[in-house]
Every structure is written in C-alpha cells, then in structure tokens.
Design a protein around this ligand. Structure first.
Ligand SMILES: C[S@@+](CC[C@H](N)C(=O)[O-])C[C@H]1O[C@@H](n2cnc3c(N)ncnc32)[C@H](O)[C@@H]1O
Length: 397
C-alpha cells in the first residue's frame, strides 16, 4: 500500500470504496465536529453484516448516549461524502494494511497523510463481519449462561439454544426497524416466563452493546430460584438496566413497556402476556405460544371433519391453529400488523411458532369491525364460548 497515491478527497473516496469491495476496511472515525448538533462528539463507522447483507454501521457518539444507524454501502459512501470536510474536519480511516488521516485547517485547506497499518488490522478486517453477527459468540453472558465454555466455544448440547437465540434477535431487530418506536430513546422491555434468561440476556446485550440503546429489560419469572440465579449473573456481568423479578404474568403490575416478549409461556400465560402488551401499548409484541389447552375442550367441529379428527394429533393441531389465529386476529383488531410463522425449523425444537405483532401508525376502524366479525364467526363455527385473550380484552375495555 506504500504505492497508494492520496492527494485529493476523490483519491480517499476511491480507496474507501475499494476497501469495502475487498473487505479490507476496519474502521472510519470522523472527528472535529463543527455541525449544528452541539451534543455530538464524533462518528465511528464500521462494516458489519445485518440480515446477511453487508452494511456500514454508523455510531453517532453523543455526550450522553450513542445512536446507531446502518446504511447500505452505496448510501453510506454518499453520506460520508457529505460529512467529511463539512461537519467533520478530521477523518481517520483504518484499513487492513494502511491508515489514512485527513485534516481540514480552519481555512479549509486539506492535508492527507498515510502510513502502514499496525499489525493485527488485517486480522481485524478479515473477522470484522464474522464478529458482527446478531449475537457475538464471544459475549460474556453466553459463558455465564453455559451456552459457551470459558474459551467462548459453543457447548455442543446448547447448539439448539444458540440457534434459537440468534434467530430471536434477528427477528427482533427486523421488527424494531419497522416499529414506530423512536430508536434513539431507551427501550423498556419485559420478558414474561424468562426462565433461565437466555433470551432476556440476549435482547439486553443486543440493545445495550450492539445498538447502544440504554434499554431497561426486566425478566418476569414464576420461579424465585430462577429469578435469583439470573439476577446474580446480571450483577456479576455488570449488565446495567437488566433485572429479574419473581412474578406471575397474570398479576404483574403494568408499567411502561415498548417491547413485550413471552416465549414458551404455557397455555393462557401467552394470552395474559399479549393482553399486558396491548394494554401497555407496546410497539412490539413477540410470543411463541406453547400448550393450547383452553380452547380444545370447547371446540365442536363439523361432522365432515370427524374422519380427520379421529386422529388425536389433528385435534391438537386444530386447537393450536384456532387458538393462535384468534390471538393474531385480536392483535390485528387492536392496531397491530401481525405475522404468524415458524421461527426456527422443527429439527431444533418442536416449540417453533411465533406470533409477532408490530404497532401500526394508524388504525382503520372499518377494518377493525371486519376483524371483530371474523373473530366472532370463527368462534361461532367452532362453538367456542370463551377465548382467554378476548375475555381479558373485554374485561379491561
Ligand atoms: C419453557 S420456559 C421458557 C423460558 C424462556 N422464555 C425461553 O424461551 O427460553 C417457561 C417459563 O415460564 C415460567 N412461567 C410459567 N408460567 C408463568 C407465569 N404465569 N408467569 C411467569 N412465568 C411463568 C416457567 O416457570 C418457566 O421458567
């Protein structure tokens, strides 16, 4: 790289663009900020992979918080072009084999210098993308929860959990992208039935460490021993803003909640959790229901279905489909865009269905009336008198 010619800003942008194509970029730091936002100190830019796409992650370092925005390479290069020399009077680009410094004097005169990169940057560039997966396998919480060993190697028995954690964070990040929540303000998250805390720690770590969001995350767990265990780990690891309380989703006192999670909460615990999320006007509701006992004994299927339903497994599947469809439709009727899908393949676990709901900006009253009629018709068809979530919503209306 000693043959690099760097005389103009165009040379610099060309080098930067080339380094992205060759996967050689490590970091770009913009400093000496002279723009309008008095709280902004500097901007740190790194290549990462999001949803299998390479992007540049911009971390705006303010006096009291950090704000992250991710851009495609093309959009990022355009943005950097606008910022260097205008808002930021200094730029420091680290590539695998060269480091470049740009300075603008008070009179706007450009000075560019470059020198050989320190050893180790090549390795950093090669591993950059790998390290920036949704969940970094090196994170200490994974070791504390015994997903990885002390050398941060995956413990083979935990490989299904590891896949689930990653998929969960991937889905959450996509939901957050489209949710109406202002990403620059701290998120309040509640995780009902947090169990051993795998997902609670993961979402807290993702928000605080990856997105630099000062999130407050609470795990609510029926079993005191599990809440104690998780609190101990959160304190040892110094996970600020993460706590676990012993409590029941059915009686948990409402508080401001932007994200409601309930993964594998048994039977009607899922209905109580969704009800909590709707009442709290949460921007994101994520649940993975398990055991569908409430509806099954009430269901009266038409004669035509009997040859199919003589096989017990189909009775269970039908109850599950109807229960979760009614939950999804009730969420839609309460102003959420809702998806129901398998979130990891069946080979990893048999509890694989997710109901994901993201708050809409506006509600359409006509659509809501239609949805309520559809819900009533389905209940009528199957002779269902009581659906837990519907009853809870009616009681709190
Ligand atoms: C199958 S575990 C799931 C743990 C975690 N959400 C996960 O997916 O890894 C379900 C957890 O919910 C807890 N639980 C069951 N009913 C609950 C309730 N009514 N309120 C709070 N927690 C509950 C159980 O004690 C258990 O730890």
């Amino acid at each position: 790289m000693s043959s690099v010619v760097l005389n103009t800003l165009e040379d610099f942008y060309h080098l930067l663009s080339q380094s992205l194509n060759d996967n050689q970029m490590v970091k770009l730091l913009l400093s000496k900020y002279r723009g309008a936002d008095k709280s902004l100190n500097r901007l740190s830019i790194r290549p990462i992979t999001l949803q299998n796409e390479p992007v540049l992650s911009f971390v705006y370092e303010h006096q009291t918080n950090h704000i992250t925005k991710n851009h495609s390479y093309a959009a990022a290069l355009n943005e950097i072009n606008q910022l260097v020399g205008e808002d930021f009077k200094s730029a420091y680009l680290t590539l695998s084999n060269v480091e470049v410094q740009i300075e603008f004097s008070k009179k706007g005169k450009l000075k560019i210098s470059h020198h050989k990169a320190k050893q180790g940057q090549a390795v950093a560039a090669t591993h950059n993308r790998q390290k920036n997966r949704f969940v970094d396998i090196q994170r200490p919480f994974l070791t504390a929860l015994k997903v990885t060993d002390k050398q941060h190697k995956l413990i083979p028995a935990m490989s299904n959990k590891w896949k689930q954690i990653n998929k969960f964070i991937e889905i959450f990040s996509q939901a957050l992208e489209v949710s109406p929540h202002d990403k620059s303000t701290p998120l309040n998250v509640v995780d009902f039935g947090s169990g051993k805390g795998y997902l609670t720690f993961a979402i807290h770590d993702y928000l605080r460490h990856t997105l630099n969001n000062d999130a407050q995350v609470t795990g609510v767990e029926l079993r005191q021993a599990l809440a104690d265990l998780c609190n101990e780990a959160a304190q040892t690891l110094d996970h600020q803003g993460l706590d676990f309380v012993c409590g029941d989703v059915k009686t948990h006192a409402p508080k401001q909640t932007d994200v409601m999670i309930a993964l594998h909460a048994c039977d009607v615990a899922t209905d109580y959790a969704i009800h909590y999320g709707i009442r709290a006007n949460a921007s994101i509701i994520m649940c993975s229901p398990c055991c569908h006992k409430q509806i099954r004994p009430q269901m009266q299927s038409p004669e035509l279905f009997q040859p199919m339903l003589q096989y017990g497994v189909h009775l269970g599947q039908q109850a599950e489909m109807v229960t979760d469809s009614l939950r999804a439709l009730l969420l839609e009727a309460n102003g959420y865009t809702t998806k129901v899908f398998e979130f990891i393949s069946l080979e990893h676990t048999n509890k694989n269905k997710m109901i994901l709901a993201v708050k809409k900006d506006k509600v359409n009253e006509k659509e809501q009336q239609q949805l309520l009629k559809q819900i009533a018709d389905i209940k009528d068809y199957y002779g269902i008198s009581d659906h837990c979530l519907e009853t809870l919503l009616a009681e709190s209306a």
